[in-house]
Design a protein around this ligand. Structure first.
Ligand code: SIN
Ligand code: FE
Length: 289
């Protein structure tokens, strides 16, 4: 498999400029990797580097769109320090994306920013929730009708441990492999799921197929082990960006990462024909949303 990583030498979050070639690679599902773009922690933020900051039973700490911190334990000073750290990452990640992809800027919808202090290797999870298996992001309760999931990640591990990912084959290859095995879509079932509040809104055929790809990939151990893939080690002090609804990814190891999600209507891409919605519509010959 041709590498799915595109390495870029940017050193300043505010200095990114658009480049036609990288934009096409990002929209083709590749990972833009910035090995020299670190997120600097302030001295008082070092004490936040502990999994003990997580509230019991949550996976991530998050800062919502209104600036409210969720999922962290600690007194008011700790909460304030954590909110400031995550908020600063949000500002830098947003600036980076605006610089790289100015055409997206007016159309982006900010999702919560997350801080993940838990160790990946020791997490116990059901196969469906296990992000150590290759997958494309698709969330059972949250239909998105093809809206894109653009993510900015940075590793802030203080001990030098990389965030280790596997990156898999291009989206169209995944779709061609798993669409023939996908269960057919049922509108009445989608209505039922909505009525029962299993889904927050009506699950479209697009959302159904994306979940079928997600589950098809994660449940197939032979695919996990022997499909085309590469290992990527993102060291502390690096940033990487991808469309996680399109890039096949799995996290194998690491601890302490910040992540910003930005949503984008697929029609607002530089090349809307490269989106998962466009690819699945073309392969099925149907309107899926
Ligand atoms: C994921 O999005 O599947 C997990 C990414 C990570 O935790 O590094
Ligand atoms: Fe994921």
């Amino acid at each position: 498999m041709e590498t799915q990583l595109v390495e870029l030498g940017l050193t300043d979050w505010s200095a990114a400029t658009p480049n036609e070639a990288w934009i096409a690679e990002l929209e083709a599902g590749k990972v833009l990797y910035f090995p020299r773009l670190g997120f600097e922690l302030l001295p008082e933020e070092r004490s936040l580097l502990t999994p003990n900051l997580l509230s019991p039973d949550v996976r991530n700490i998050s800062l919502d769109a209104n600036g409210k911190l969720k999922g962290a334990v600690g007194d008011e000073a700790v909460q304030r320090t954590a909110a400031a750290m995550v908020g600063r990452f949000r500002a830098q990640a947003t600036r980076l994306i605006h610089g790289l992809l100015p055409h997206y800027a007016p159309a982006l919808r900010l999702a919560p920013t997350s801080y993940r202090p838990a160790q990946v290797e020791t997490r116990v999870q059901s196969w469906r929730a296990d992000d150590r298996r290759l997958h494309v992001d698709s969330f059972p309760s949250r239909p998105n009708y093809g809206e894109r999931i653009l993510r900015v990640f940075t590793n802030v591990n203080p001990e030098g441990a990389p965030r280790v990912w596997r990156v898999g084959e291009p989206f169209e290859d995944i779709a061609k492999r798993f669409l023939p095995r996908a269960k057919p879509y049922s509108r009445w079932q989608a209505k039922l799921l909505q009525a029962l509040h299993v889904t927050k809104s009506f699950r479209s055929e697009y959302d159904h197929l994306m979940l079928q790809l997600h589950d098809g990939m994660k449940s197939d151990m032979a695919y996990q082990e022997s499909s085309p893939q590469e290992t990527a080690k993102f060291p502390p002090g690096s940033v990487w960006v991808c469309f996680s609804d399109q890039t096949s990814h799995a996290v194998m190891a690491g601890q302490y990462m910040l992540e910003q999600t930005l949503h984008l209507d697929a029609s607002k891409q530089y090349n809307p024909a490269s989106s998962p919605l466009a690819i699945l519509s073309r392969l099925t010959g149907r309107t899926l949303v």
